[in-house]
Design a protein around this ligand. Structure first.
Ligand code: GLU
Length: 400
């Protein structure tokens, strides 16, 4: 439509949201659908956090706050960064938004000029490249395949940096692969970044608490203090505290950047939901006991899914360090024919056919920049996961 802006023509709708919505619609229409598309925990927000939200409503704490969040939550976030990440931020260095998504978007809007480059390792979360495009920048995609355990090497990073590079978007554990960078792997990358003072680091730490086995989480500004003045450390309560719908994300970073992000928010959405902010205060200040319990639960589900997917013909599934995603390779299915004659030429065709024939909804790999793969979100019950993986096995067995 001629009426729409040129910028809008550069982007596409979020495929993760599209698959989740389609699965919900099919379910509502009575189809037997198992949704493994949405990246959100299946259990309820913990009782103490929900109660804090209710208490806020009853106490009339329902008015505007400062556009980028209220002092109580900013302090709770400073305490969290100090306690869990060894990072010292003052409340002036904190920005709170409607989900991690708004924080990332504000930061890109505040900093990108036409032609500015943003390095994004692939597989990437679907929204990074499109947010960069919306903000007028150019995504520079660095493909990190399964042979490199889906992680970027220092040589790849060095080669991707140009005088126009403004940001590196870093995400560990990763959505969609679950891959996590060890301390040594991260140090190798920060050593490259130290040599290029014009490159800033946007570290999306959303899956910090969902790590398995002996994996230890680290964030760039913690590993390399020399990067502190050019790092935006992004996190949120959605995944760790099962609070996706409450929409609270946050970041710590240099005051000048935080002020610029606040200006954008003050002219667009204003403050994130006040009630949600009070619930997030309780999430960060209250008991943290369920975090390791959740990680254990997700580890068990990861093991179940990895085992069952590896038993499917044509699928090879690595074991990730964290998050609640696996990203199996389906090279062995590509080129095969389904019983109705459909040729599985791409991972998108595989996923469409899988949904049509079996009711299992997953997100196709091309959406995340590395193919042929698909993403499974295993944030659902063991029974549902077992049933879904059995259906995937049967689907693959029927490909010729
Ligand atoms: N981050 C989640 C996902 O990847 C939520 C949906 C979205 O915003 O992309 O599924």
């Amino acid at each position: 439509m001629a009426f729409l802006s040129a910028t809008l023509k550069r982007v596409k709708p979020s495929p993760t949201i599209a698959v989740t919505t389609l699965a919900q619609e099919l379910k509502a229409a009575g189809r037997d659908v198992i949704g493994l598309g949405a990246g959100e925990p299946d259990f309820d927000t913990p009782e103490n956090i929900a109660a804090a939200g209710i208490a806020a409503i009853k106490a009339g704490k329902t008015k505007y706050t400062a556009p980028d969040g209220m002092p109580e939550l900013k302090q709770a976030i400073c305490d969290k960064f100090a306690r869990e990440n060894g990072l010292t931020y003052t409340p002036k260095q904190i920005s709170i938004g409607t989900g991690g998504k708004q924080i990332l978007y504000n930061a890109l809007m505040a900093t990108l000029d036409p032609g500015d480059e943003v390095i994004i390792p692939a597989p990437y979360w679907v929204s990074y490249p499109d947010m960069v495009l919306l903000a007028g920048g150019e995504p520079v995609i660095v493909e990190c395949g399964v042979e490199a355990a889906f992680k970027m090497t220092p040589a790849q990073l060095e080669a991707a940096i140009t005088p126009k590079t403004k940001w590196l978007i870093f995400n560990s554990p990763s959505n969609p692969t679950g891959a996590g960078y060890s301390r040594a792997e991260l140090q190798a990358l920060t050593a490259v970044l130290v040599k290029h003072p014009h490159v800033w680091i946007m570290s999306d730490d959303m899956y910090e608490h969902l790590v398995f086995d002996d994996f230890e989480f680290f964030t760039p500004a913690q590993i390399e203090p020399a990067l502190y003045d050019r790092t935006l450390t992004v996190n949120g309560v959605s995944k760790a505290y099962a609070m996706t719908g409450w929409r609270i994300g946050y970041a710590g970073g240099p005051v000048e950047l935080i002020n610029a992000m606040r200006m954008i928010q003050s002219q667009s959405t204003s403050n994130p939901c006040t009630i949600s902010q009070w619930a997030a205060v309780e999430a960060l200040n209250g008991t943290q006991d369920f975090l390791p319990e959740n990680a254990r639960l997700f580890q068990r589900r990861r093991d179940l899914v990895v085992r069952m997917l590896n038993a499917a013909q044509g699928i090879s599934c690595p074991t990730p360090e964290g998050a609640f995603y696996v990203y199996p390779d389906i090279s062995g299915c590509i080129g095969k024919t389904a019983p109705d004659g459909t040729i599985i030429e791409t991972d998108e065709i595989f996923c469409t056919k899988l949904l049509e024939d079996t009711g299992v909804a997953v997100v196709f790999g091309a959406a995340f920049g590395v193919s042929p793969n698909f993403r499974v979100s295993y944030a659902t019950s063991d029974e549902q996961l077992t049933e879904a993986c059995t259906r995937i096995q049967n689907f693959c067995a029927k490909l010729n």
